[in-house]
Design a protein around this ligand. Structure first.
Ligand SMILES: [Zn+2]
Length: 477
């Protein structure tokens, strides 16, 4: 049989079965956007030939990584709000106020963020942002797979409440945002050969009215899609929920019927182990953003408790201002190390398991495992090739102990990813993304970021305890 593309002699990590499905001298064949064959090179070459046959000797070929939670529109404010408490109120909002009025800047940042991810082997992005109908066109252009949600909240345009005060909700504002999410689904769900899928995105249970959350739930059933939501994100949210409803987030969500397999619950930073186990046992998925939550809150979320009841645990990089990189290799390493430290046990969160959380188990969490997450006949052709001869990934040892998986999780930086194939198309080859002009993406983002920083300056005047004030106190300005 004749194929379009065939990788041979790879260290093949299929992620089939319960482990990593390793084949020492493996091959994978692609026709159009589908994987046609996976197996030993010797066997595959007996049956298949291809327009292009790539010798992957000394290289890993594996499923593309899945970033299950990212706000690509925040990329331009990378690194501006670090090392402070109340990150959202003191760090992000002053910049966000300026950034979010400048759609061109949001789009330039988003493209930079997607480029960053692809170059580090991310092929699928759960992009949770606004205005998503425009951001999604970046994914169309660069060729990434995306599961997108418009961020819906009922927060008033101007929010003057102080830290700890119950913030007002403005349902009229929320209605416009919900309509944008509906428009996104109607316009884009299933488009680009199925590479684009959409879901609903209430920002958090504290930021929407109960009526609005109930409406979103029935719409998700109508469109048969997921609900992607920050859940128990920080003590700020729990505070708001207790003040407004007299209940913590997870019992509240249970009461309004949110705890089921449609829910992709992001963070669970403040969830108790009991709440987390309960949410997992009801079938909801969890996204763990180790780097982001570590930097923003200094917390390791209760992922270990989640895993006691469910495997639907995925990893996400969250956003550039609070991570600060959107690189799934970084995320895997953080996840393994932080959870070992939390448990005071080096045997928990082993490398092979964390790699599953960035591939097949992520696909299950976001309900795309019928299409992606493993190299299997009939699945979509999303894969990456990694050069294991780079100094930090060498040497490769196969027997008696195989070191490839630990080296990928603990030693790789992401820039060893040499080739990226998404939906059967080569998006990156020889380390160069071929669907956009990389230099132009970076320089346009730089220009837009300078514009945002200039405008944000004024908003910081009069605020206390911001990163800007701290820098001034230290004499860094
Ligand atoms: Zn987030």
């Amino acid at each position: 049989m004749h194929l379009d593309l065939l990788f041979v002699h790879a260290y093949l990590i299929t992620m089939q079965g319960e482990g990593v499905g390793f084949i020492e001298d493996g091959a994978v064949g692609i026709l159009a956007n589908k994987i046609i064959c996976v197996g030993r090179t010797e066997d595959i070459l007996k049956e298949y030939e291809a327009d292009r046959c790539i010798d992957a000797s000394g290289k890993v070929v594996m499923p593309g990584l899945i970033d299950a939670h990212i706000h690509t529109g925040d990329c331009l404010i990378r690194g501006v709000s670090q090392d402070i408490n109340n990150w959202m109120q003191h760090g992000i909002w002053p910049y966000s106020n300026v950034l979010r009025k400048d759609t061109d800047a949001v789009l330039k940042g988003s493209m930079l963020n997607i480029l960053e991810g692809i170059k580090a082997g991310t092929t699928t992005f759960c992009d949770f942002d606004s205005p998503m109908t425009e951001i999604i066109q970046n994914h169309v252009k660069i060729g990434s797979r995306v599961k997108a949600a418009e961020m819906i909240n009922d927060m008033p345009k101007v929010n003057k409440s102080k830290v700890g005060e119950l913030y007002p909700l403005d349902e009229e504002e929320g209605k416009k945002k919900l309509q944008r999410n509906i428009d996104l689904i109607e316009k884009w769900h299933g488009k680009e050969n199925g590479r684009i899928t959409c879901m609903f995105g209430p920002q958090g249970a504290d930021m929407c009215t109960k009526e609005h959350l109930l409406e979103i739930k029935s719409l998700a059933e109508k469109y048969d899609t997921s609900i992607h939501m920050h859940v128990a994100q920080g003590d700020r949210e729990i505070n708001q929920m207790v003040q407004r409803y007299g209940k913590r987030t997870i019992p509240f969500l249970d009461e309004i019927g949110y705890l089921n397999d449609r829910l992709i619950a992001v963070h669970l930073t403040e969830a108790t182990e009991e709440e987390t186990e309960y949410l997992a046992s009801k079938g909801a998925g969890m996204v763990l953003c180790s780097g982001s939550i570590g930097i923003i809150d200094g917390i390791v979320p209760p992922a270990a408790a989640f895993l006691r009841k469910s495997n639907r645990l995925a990893l996400g990089t969250d956003q550039a201002p609070g991570n600060n990189c959107n690189n799934m290799f970084n995320e895997m390493k953080f996840t393994a190390i932080l959870n070992k430290c939390k448990a005071k046990d080096p045997s928990v969160f082993p490398a092979w398991k964390v790699l599953r959380m960035a591939t097949i188990e992520a696909a299950r969490t976001i309900r795309l495992d019928h299409e992606i997450g493993s190299l299997e006949e009939g699945k979509k052709a999303d894969l990456i090739m990694i050069d294991m001869s780079k100094p930090n990934l060498s040497p490769v040892i196969l027997k008696p102990i195989r070191n490839i998986i630990p080296n990928l999780v603990y030693s790789a930086k992401g820039n060893e990813v040499e080739m990226v194939v998404i939906d059967g198309k080569i998006i990156m080859e020889n380390y160069h993304v071929n669907t956009v002009d990389e230099k132009k993406v970076v320089s346009e983002a730089q220009e837009a970021a300078e514009r945002i920083a200039e405008k944000a300056k004024d908003l910081f005047r009069g605020m206390e305890n911001t990163p800007l004030m701290q820098m001034m106190h230290r004499g860094e300005l």
